[in-house]
Design a binder for this molecule. Structure first.
Ligand code: B4P
Length: 193
């Protein structure tokens, strides 16, 4: 199995790049944001709980997200590898992911982190909010809250993978094509190792 994490702040382009990467490398796309939005659309108890956190720009509790990832693994036992998008977002999630992968006798090959300045991120998210119908993208205060949560709770995840020598920064500003090429270059190097 070959597993990758696409890492970066809200709006850094994780979802945009993931769609292209899963096509090219035949990986299963595991976006916790997409899974949570599907639960909300289906009005499940999990979705109703998650919505109250997401609307405020907060993270959904670890046990909810980890349980959801575990059941996604159960449903995709045949996968050749996973592209994790927006997960893990806390150190507790990263440790849980390490354990789940260990049970499958596999691990994370690399963590690719998209680096984008905050003002560019706000611009992208407000712009997406005009058309996406996502309530967490329409209010600048909620967007700034998401950055604060990212800096407090998600940045330590980078340290977790830096210690394991799996972390690589990628410039996340430029055209979608340029960024895609830079990510593919990093992945291809990893595959050749
Ligand atoms: P996510 O769904 O993961 O989304 P995101 O971080 O907001 O955006 P992403 O980085 O994927 O940006 P995108 O490509 O769409 O999270 C949403 C919420 O779910 C979180 O705030 C949290 O509450 C909850 N959640 C999710 N996972 C969780 C977890 N593990 N634990 C707890 N809670 C969790 O790009 C953004 C915009 O930029 C798009 O409009 C795109 O078109 C544009 N764009 C992309 N690339 C561009 C480029 N190169 N130039 C210009 N614009 C670009």
């Amino acid at each position: 199995m070959f597993n990758l994490i696409l890492f970066g702040p809200p709006g850094s382009g994780k979802g945009t790049q993931s769609d292209k990467l899963v096509d090219k490398y035949g990986l299963k796309h595991l976006s916790t944001g997409n899974l949570l939005r599907q639960e909300i659309a289906d009005k499940t108890p999990l979705g109703i709980e998650a919505k109250s956190f997401m609307d405020k720009g907060q993270l959904v509790p670890d046990e909810v997200v980890i349980g959801m990832v575990d059941s996604y693994f159960e449903q995709h036992k045949e996968a050749r590898g996973f592209l994790f998008d927006g997960f893990p977002r806390t150190v507790a999630q990263a440790i849980a992911l390490d354990k789940l992968l260990e049970l499958k006798k596999t691990n994370i090959a690399a963590v690719l982190a998209l680096e984008v300045g905050e003002e560019e991120l706000v611009k992208r998210l407000l712009n997406r909010g005009k058309t996406s119908g996502r309530s967490d993208d329409t209010n600048e205060e909620v967007i700034r809250k998401r950055f604060a949560v990212y800096s407090n709770e998600t940045t330590p995840v980078a340290e977790h993978y830096k210690k394991a020598k799996k972390f690589k920064s990628i410039r996340g500003e430029g055209t979608v094509g340029q960024i895609f090429d830079a990510i593919c270059e990093a992945i291809d190097k990893k595959i050749q190792q």
